[in-house]
Ligand binder design. Structure first.
Ligand code: TRP
Length: 335
């Protein structure tokens, strides 16, 4: 059986939080253990430039993200783990993709459209603060995917449209130049939890409601204590399903522990007690990775070595493939 190629990128514009871990990092590391799959995971630092023009933050975020994956034990002998910018063939391919992608397709990209809508609402020029990077963001993403002919792309719901655009762009290229690309598809795990944040909305950097993954113990406890709850007193039954505390519990607990906590909610566990138990549960699981993480960020050279090995592996594929693609479009040396 042909191995399925899974590929996903993480934009380097922040420090990982519990939602990133539960929704993306943990399932990706699990998935990479499957021998029937090959996995390509990368730090999307070129994508970061679209949203973030703070050089220190881009760099710090890349380091934090790389250290996080390694701290949780991603097997980099098995998965190909690399920095997007260390594979320059992706940028070359991006240009080729720009030359087949229809502008009309990109007009429909929701990140761009949302900006235009907001501008219009504010009475600004529709393209106010829209860079070409933002506009062609899905083209770079298509290049990420197609460079490795990945066919399974695990993403959150908000990214499905981009994977469909990659498929569309690949189809156009194949139609013009011959079959070079497999058509990728998005893999969205409906069970994949979208964690709620401190205020009960989706945990997201843009809402400023996150719990960073590797807070030191004291701060982790403090953050958990800040989770918004209702005013029910100890002894009063509490609804588990609408509770952020319970949802977080479920994301880290075994099914047995989850059932037990559900009962405690029905029995009126005090919020303070539920939060205390939640802290203990999460802290227990993060303790060791946290130590490894702290060691790793103190040793950036070690991380760098891992990434350079990853880039080497990636380029074993991308260098010959970009050569064939160039030939396919008529760019080659005269002989
Ligand atoms: N755009 C994705 C995000 O913001 C990150 C990303 C970049 C990506 N390139 C990709 C995801 C390729 C999957 C495949 O979440």
């Amino acid at each position: 059986m042909k191995k399925q190629k899974y590929l996903t990128g993480i934009t380097c514009t922040g420090i990982p939080h519990l939602g990133n871990y539960v929704g993306a990092i943990r399932p990706a590391i699990e998935s990479s253990k499957d021998d029937n799959k090959s996995s390509f995971y990368f730090m999307a630092d070129l994508h970061a430039l679209i949203k973030c023009q703070d050089p220190a933050l881009v760099n710090e975020s890349s380091l934090a993200i790389a250290a996080t994956w390694l701290a949780f034990g991603l097997d980099t002998d098995k998965a190909v783990f690399y920095r997007q910018s260390d594979v320059p063939e992706i940028s070359e391919l991006c240009w080729m993709m720009n030359c087949v992608a229809a502008k009309g397709l990109l007009n429909r990209a929701h990140a761009y459209k949302a900006t235009v809508d907001a501008n219009t609402q504010d009475g600004n020029d529709p393209d106010y603060a829209v860079t070409m990077g933002l506009y062609s963001y899905p083209v770079l993403m298509a290049a990420d995917i197609l460079m490795f002919n990945a066919n399974k792309i695990p993403v959150g719901r908000d990214q499905i449209q981009h994977v469909e655009m990659a498929r569309d762009i690949a189809g156009r290229f194949n139609h013009i130049y011959g079959e070079m690309f497999e058509l990728p598809e998005a893999v969205v795990d409906d069970n994949m939890s979208v964690l709620k944040g401190l205020d009960g909305r989706k945990m997201s950097k843009s809402y400023n409601n996150t719990i960073p993954l590797f807070l030191e113990e004291k701060k982790l406890r403090k953050h958990i204590n800040k989770i918004k709850t209702n005013l029910l007193e100890p002894g009063e039954p509490k609804d588990a399903d609408s509770s952020t505390v319970f949802q977080l519990w479920e994301a880290f607990a075994t099914p047995e522990q989850t059932a037990a906590m559900r009962e405690e909610f029905a029995n009126g566990i005090a919020w303070g007690e539920a939060k205390k138990q939640l802290f203990e549960l999460i802290n227990e699981q993060l303790k060791e990775p946290r130590e490894r993480y702290n060691e790793l960020v103190q040793n950036p050279a070690e991380i760098e070595a891992v990434l350079q090995k990853g880039a080497e592996k990636a380029r074993e594929i991308s260098v010959p493939f970009i050569q064939s693609l160039k030939e396919a479009v008529g760019i080659k040396r005269f002989s």
